[in-house]
Design a protein around this ligand. Structure first.
Ligand code: ADP
Ligand code: MG
Length: 475
């Protein structure tokens, strides 16, 4: 090996202490992976492959020995640094997939880099190229539930590549896929291996995938040894297993349905966040918490999971309790233009809160249904804001449509303001992310009616105040 390794394990061990005694999941592992090298890790189930991968990616700390990334031990980095190195330099591809169900394929690919503050226009182009690479350019606007298991895995692979990582760590990337879908993933990984300088570490049972690697390691009872192809006759060598030509290009993918309309990706202000709204539907006060990216391997490691859970609870508490969001004020000008100012406020400012969004939408109830009206925002909802103890104001403006508004209270419009945001405890989005969805309801006085008219139709006394707006409890 000429260049210094990108990842190196030096006598790394990870012992789980269980009720029935210690289990050495990884026992004295020594390996070095060069930049651009492709290494397959094979072994029976339970032999320690996932644990080794988690150690290599800095997802858990060895109980003895050391693991280095880019020449520095993971343990010498702060937690924050570890997260940011993982986010920017390592692509994780996990068996459980970790796509956000409420985001389109393109947004799923974009999100990590968008949260890391990369400029959006370059990102969109990059995300499009990556979807093209995985043969899903035509499905950029599909939600995960609309994609097959293999297609979802391909989106996850595109996302793992978005940050242009120095290494991709993949845990059985073809494990639960049928032969063709598995071959598609293998084909992409094989192309990456030849075209990019990304190191690939592939944990796999799949001989076809193992065959694309430069070398193979065998794990047994936590021990990791170099595998000779002769010792493991069921593994074909790379030479004996040339990738068929149709596996080396995009031609391997099934063509998209012919009648898909050729829409171009739209990443106008707000589309990223707004694209959740259809999925999340009925904007009653609701919240969905979704762990991103590296949570999944870690989940398998109980030791790590205990801490992760505590941290997650903290992050969730922050997103749900410490972050106050509500309507501050409403004004209506002479032309019937309403300005509703929502605000965000951090009730525990010693813990910083970072918010992507909110994306806002306004609905007005008429004849029993909600009509959305178009709104203008001062700041695009894709901005990331740090929320402190002072109110962060988020004004929005809309024209009050003419009509008769007597839904619940005569002379008042019943207005719903939906707010969707992503809350994180870290500014770069490398921590846990929470989707928070709020809905606020107000009665807004119909600007086209006089106060006297409203008093009369409601049978109110002459002196009754006719407020411009009335806040409603959420319902
Ligand atoms: P593989 O990925 O090869 O199937 P793992 O790395 O998941 O293997 O597990 C290696 C060994 O460690 C297994 O014996 C497994 O039962 C054990 N193990 C994994 N996670 C834990 C845990 N959180 N607590 C205790 N033992 C564990
Ligand atoms: Mg495993």
């Amino acid at each position: 090996m000429t260049s210094s390794p990108i990842i190196e394990a030096r006598h790394a061990c990870l012992t789980y202490h269980t009720r029935r005694g210690p289990i050495a999941a990884v026992d004295d592992a020594c390996l070095a992976i060069a930049p651009g090298e492709c290494v397959a890790i094979l072994g029976r189930s339970g032999s320690g492959k996932s644990t080794l991968l988690a150690l290599l990616g800095g997802l858990c700390a060895p109980t003895a020995g050391e693991v280095c990334f880019a020449g520095r031990p993971w343990r010498s980095r702060t937690r924050r640094e570890t997260s940011s190195v993982r986010a920017s330099r390592i692509g994780l591809l996990l068996q459980d997939g970790a796509l956000l169900p409420g985001l389109r394929a393109l947004d799923n690919v974009l999100l990590p880099a968008a949260l890391a503050g990369k400029p959006r226009s370059a990102l969109t182009t990059r995300a499009e190229e990556l979807l093209e690479l995985v043969g899903l350019a035509d499905r950029w606007d599909a939600y995960p539930a609309e994609l097959s298991g293999g297609q979802q895995r391909r989106v996850a692979l595109a996302r793992a590549l978005a940050a242009e990582p120095a290494a991709i760590l993949a845990d059985e990337p073809t494990g639960d896929l049928d032969a063709l879908a598995g071959a598609e993933i293998a084909a992409i990984l094989a192309r990456l291996r030849t075209e990019q300088s990304t190191a690939l570490v592939l944990v796999t049972h799949d001989p076809a995938l193992a065959a694309i690697a430069d070398r193979r390691l065998w794990m047994e009872r936590g021990r990791c040894t170099t595998m000779t192809d002769a010792a493991m006759p069921f593994i074909p060598t790379a030479a004996a297993f040339p990738a068929p030509p149709e596996l080396t290009g995009v031609a391997v993918f099934e063509p998209p349905p012919a009648d898909l309309s050729p829409l171009r990706p739209a990443i106008s202000a707000g589309s990223l966040v707004r694209s959740w709204l259809p999925f999340l539907g009925g904007l009653a006060v609701a919240a969905a918490a979704v762990a991103l990216f590296d949570g999944l391997i870690a989940k398998k490691q109980d030791v790590v999971v205990q801490t992760a859970r505590a941290e997650r609870r903290l992050a969730e508490e922050m997103a749900m309790q410490d972050l106050r969001a509500d309507i501050d004020d409403v004004v209506v000008d002479a032309d019937g233009k309403a300005t509703v100012t929502a605000y965000l406020q951090n009730f525990r400012p010693e813990r910083p809160l970072h918010v992507l969004g909110p994306a806002l939408e306004v609905g007005i109830q008429r004849e029993g249904r909600w009509d959305n009206v178009s709104i203008e925002l001062e700041t695009p909802p894709t901005a990331i804001r740090t929320i402190g103890s002072d109110k962060t104001m988020v004004p929005l403006t809309f024209s009050v449509p003419e009509g008769s508004y007597d839904e619940l209270l005569r002379g008042y419009l019943h207005v719903r303001i939906g707010a969707a945001m992503v809350v994180s405890d870290r500014p770069d989005g490398t921590g846990d992310l929470f989707e928070r969805l709020d809905a606020y309801y107000i009665y807004l006085r119909d600007p086209l009616r006089t106060e006297d008219e409203i008093r009369r139709t409601n049978g109110w006394g002459d002196k009754a105040t006719v407020p411009l707006w009335i806040a409603m409890p959420s319902h």
